[in-house]
Design a protein around this ligand. Structure first.
Ligand code: IMP
Length: 435
């Protein structure tokens, strides 16, 4: 079997929002295909078109590179209304991607009743701080074999009956007082959303298989991150898909040989939105300083992100479950000018020992006590474009992280602009050649 050495997977190593978009933006011009394989419009990345920022949630990255074919594969749950809005906003800026887009016939569709159910749950005891976009219920319908897939819209004779299964269950749960539209209204809305996309629905597994046969380079774009993975994250405070590398295989139908390398993306500190364990969280002024310097507000919901120190066990977990071959460390400049910078090196086991294993249960997370190592702060890294330009203290900080990861640092970002940052150790070089 061919090797996948030209194909790169970009995954988050923390709780999302690590800056995967910048890495993908830097690299996507070198790829013939960019693939979204899990998640839905809970994700978000911002692109800049003619100096204007545009937030995208479901359209894969690579929109700005006309030679890049965009794929939404079977593991994604799609909000078609939002998807059309994103396409419209791109069109208004002169970018039409319809001729270079394929949506899997097997991708599940997020329907209005899924969104209402998600929001209804968030108002009760089961609240975990979701984005309220209906992601959990859409995946739940998929698992309980009541989901509606894009391909169902190509079979109008059975569509209503398919949709009714899930709709009936949600109506029962929400009760008669809910504002749920009728099934026929939802059916009509959903059909109108699918209409402009019909030509793009197809067999993405076959498309990607052929691309791989022709050795055309493929970039797999992860959404969310390892600690939000439904199996390997901080359950139950997680999203409903496998955001780690396993999600790629199930979410595309491609074999593991397709993977050339996993590039893991992490911030130089940590953030999380929504509820759930966050051992290195900073509650005081320092947390606020990092939030405002790093502009740490959700792309999808605008919620302030919780901020904390870099946590080695957390990122190591991401590196281990994904077989990460190179780390991209983002937003180093946000820590510029701090007197001291801390790193969580492990968790105290209560009897003098230190563990880097993550607890498996919600209650155990509450028990752990993070142990920190203090580093002297540094002046300025903002805008640095090579390792030797970094202050010695920042170099020490990064070296310590690398030494504790069993994985080389492949890229360091020192600002939002694509020119601010630099590649290291040649790990990403094979993926830097134009397609
Ligand atoms: P859901 O994915 O909307 O069900 O939300 C489940 C958890 O994942 C919540 O804590 C969300 O804040 C979090 N989450 C979902 N998508 C993202 C993302 O793209 N970035 C960061 N957190 C996310």
């Amino acid at each position: 079997m061919r090797s996948g050495s030209k194909n790169l997977v970009v995954l988050g190593m923390q709780w999302g929002d690590e800056g995967k978009g910048k890495i993908i933006d830097l690299l996507s011009k070198n790829f013939s295909y960019v693939v979204r394989f899990q998640g839905g419009n809970n994700a978000g990345h911002t692109i800049v078109v003619n100096g204007e920022s545009l937030a995208l949630h479901q359209v894969p990255s690579g929109t700005l590179h006309p030679k890049c074919f965009l794929v939404v594969s079977n593991g994604v749950v799609l909000n078609l209304e939002v998807f059309n809005q994103e396409l419209d906003r791109l069109r208004q800026r002169g970018i039409d991607v319809l001729s270079r887009l394929m949506l899997s016939e097997k991708a599940h569709v997020i329907l209005p009743h899924h969104i209402l159910l998600d929001q209804w749950r968030e108002g009760g005891a089961g609240r975990i701080g979701t984005t309220g976009r209906g992601i959990g219920p859409a995946y739940e319908m998929k698992s309980s074999r009541m989901g509606v897939r894009l391909g169902d819209f190509l079979h109008p004779e059975t569509l209503r009956a398919r949709m009714e299964l899930g709709y009936r269950e949600v109506s029962l749960r929400l009760g008669p007082a809910s504002t749920l539209p009728t099934l026929d209204q939802i059916l009509e809305m959903a059909q109108s959303w699918v209409a402009p996309l019909k030509e793009c629905i197809g067999n993405t597994q076959e498309l990607l298989r052929q691309a791989w046969d022709q050795e055309l380079p493929i970039l797999f774009e992860g959404a969310q991150a390892s600690l939000l993975d439904i199996d390997h994250g901080t359950y139950p405070y997680v999203t409903s898909s496998n955001c780690s590398v396993g999600g790629l295989l199930a979410g595309t139908g491609l074999p593991h040989q397709v993977i050339g390398m996993v590039c893991g993306v992490t911030k130089a500190y940590a953030t999380r939105v929504g509820d759930g364990p966050f051992p290195s969280e900073l509650h005081g002024l320092l947390g606020e300083t990092i939030r405002s310097r790093g502009k740490e507000y959700g792309t999808t919901t605008g919620r302030p992100r919780r901020c904390g120190w870099f946590d080695i066990p957390i990122v190591r977990h991401g590196v281990q479950i994904n077989g990460t071959g190179g780390l991209a460390i983002m937003k180093l400049d946000v820590l510029d000018g701090l007197e001291e910078v801390k790193v969580v090196i492990g968790y105290s086991d209560g009897s003098g020992g230190l563990t880097r294993s993550l607890p498996g249960h919600e209650i155990d997370w509450k028990e752990i006590r993070p142990v920190e190592k203090i580093f002297k702060g540094w002046g300025q890294t903002a805008g640095c474009t090579q390792w030797s330009d970094l202050p010695k203290e920042a170099q020490n900080y990064l070296k310590f992280i690398e030494d504790n990861m069993d994985c080389p640092i492949a890229y360091v970002s020192t600002g939002a602009d694509r020119r601010e940052g630099f590649l290291m150790s040649g790990v990403l070089s094979p993926f830097m050649e134009p397609a």
